[in-house]
Design a protein around this ligand. Structure first.
Ligand code: ACO
Length: 337
């Protein structure tokens, strides 16, 4: 079987910066409350001509440049997103815009804030079992489009971003995707969702003149993000340490041998709680939550890209990464940069 290694990363954020003080102008909140409960200070939000595909293409282009892989040599594009520009999927548009001309496979993965970890799992499966060579895993979300901007309990949390990594097939001795541990629990959906609204029918007439009550359906639309913050918090601090411990066990590595803990950036208190539970000292925990808020599927690769480009994460370092969120879904990956 083939090994898989991470050989490049890139990221892109929209230019519009919304600070906590900006939010205090539209909902009853303040910088002190938001920063003390979450550590978030700023977030970026799409505006004007921004598109998620545009951000994803920018992030993927930077990742390919770092990896020194040409777009035409990419044979798989995985777009991990729950907020695609096109309901039918954004990955093929990204493939086209990047110039991946050798007719690669491109598809979307919907798993909210766990999307990127599940994208890594899919990349590994395609490389190990399907003979793929160069896989772009993109995490990108624009939850600002689905936030209830009158709900101070949730609108303060989210930001928009895209980030990408290149995963390349390699000899098994160089394998850098050591292990995964992934889960889902549909029961927890009641704590966090952005559901399709009940469809109401137009009441069309059938051929005998009677009203067809259920046909045709009205055009669908989605509700804003509905979240029980306390329950999501509880779920995260319980499930994430267990998942990382399980992934470490599968990899045969103790937590003390891991260079960096890189969690989905949702709330600093969640990150701190998981780090304490796993006995990771603060200096080995990656966090960029203050600048971007919760960017859903983008948050892990965005923080990874910043840490790589700033020289924090160096070649050969091991990382315990873990995503968690709506679905509910959660999962961890033990990887080497
Ligand atoms: N500003 C000021 N006050 C606020 C705000 C705000 N933005 N939001 C809530 N409050 C008030 C509440 O109304 C409440 O007031 P009350 O005591 O008078 O009723 C008080 O502050 C406490 O509210 P709680 O909801 O109990 O605050 P908590 O400490 O739980 O923090 C938070 C809320 C930050 C949302 C936290 O629960 C959290 O981060 N949960 C995890 C959420 C999360 O990560 N979601 C994303 C998952 S990823 C995905 O897949 C999308």
């Amino acid at each position: 079987p083939s090994g898989c290694k991470l050989i490049g990363s890139g990221s892109a954020v929209p230019s519009l910066l919304i600070s906590n003080d900006d939010l205090a102008k539209i909902v009853d909140t303040n910088d002190e409350w938001i920063a003390s409960r979450t550590s978030i200070r700023n977030r970026r939000v799409v505006s004007g001509k921004d598109s998620l595909v545009g951000l994803a293409v920018e992030a993927a282009t930077k990742a390919l440049e770092m990896a020194e892989v040409l777009p035409q040599d990419v044979d798989l594009v995985l777009m991990c997103t729950s907020t695609p520009d096109d309901l039918f999927g954004a990955a093929p548009q990204i493939q086209k815009a990047l110039g991946c001309t050798k007719n690669p496979l491109a598809y979307d993965i919907t798993a909210a804030c766990s999307g990127f970890v599940l994208g890594l799992v899919s990349a590994a499966c395609h490389i190990r079992g399907g003979g793929f060579k160069n896989v772009l895993v993109i995490g990108a979300d624009s939850l600002s489009r689905f936030v209830d901007w009158t709900d101070r309990g949730s609108c303060i949390l989210f930001g928009d971003a895209a980030a990408a990594v290149v995963v390349q097939a390699c000899d098994i001795e160089d394998d850098g995707l050591f292990s995964f541990d992934v889960h889902s629990d549909g029961d927890g959906r009641r704590h966090l969702n952005a559901s399709i609204k009940d469809s109401q029918t137009n009441g069309a007439l059938s051929s005998d003149g009677s009203v067809l009550a259920d046909f045709p359906p009205k055009q669908a639309s989605y509700s804003c993000i509905q979240m029980n913050g306390k329950e999501v918090f509880r779920f995260a601090v319980k499930s994430v340490p267990q998942s990382i411990e399980s992934a470490l066990q599968k990899a045969g590595l103790p937590a003390s041998s891991i260079d960096w803990l890189l969690l989905h950036q949702a709330n600093q208190r969640i990150i701190d709680s998981v780090a304490t539970r796993l006995q990771f000292p603060p200096e080995r925990v990656i966090s960029n939550l203050a600048n971007y808020g919760n960017t859903s599927a983008a948050s892990i690769p965005l923080a990874l890209d910043e840490a790589v480009r700033s020289g924090k994460v160096k070649p050969g370092h091991t990382i315990a990464a873990s995503g968690f969120g709506a679905g509910l879904t959660w999962g961890s990956a033990i990887i080497r940069w």
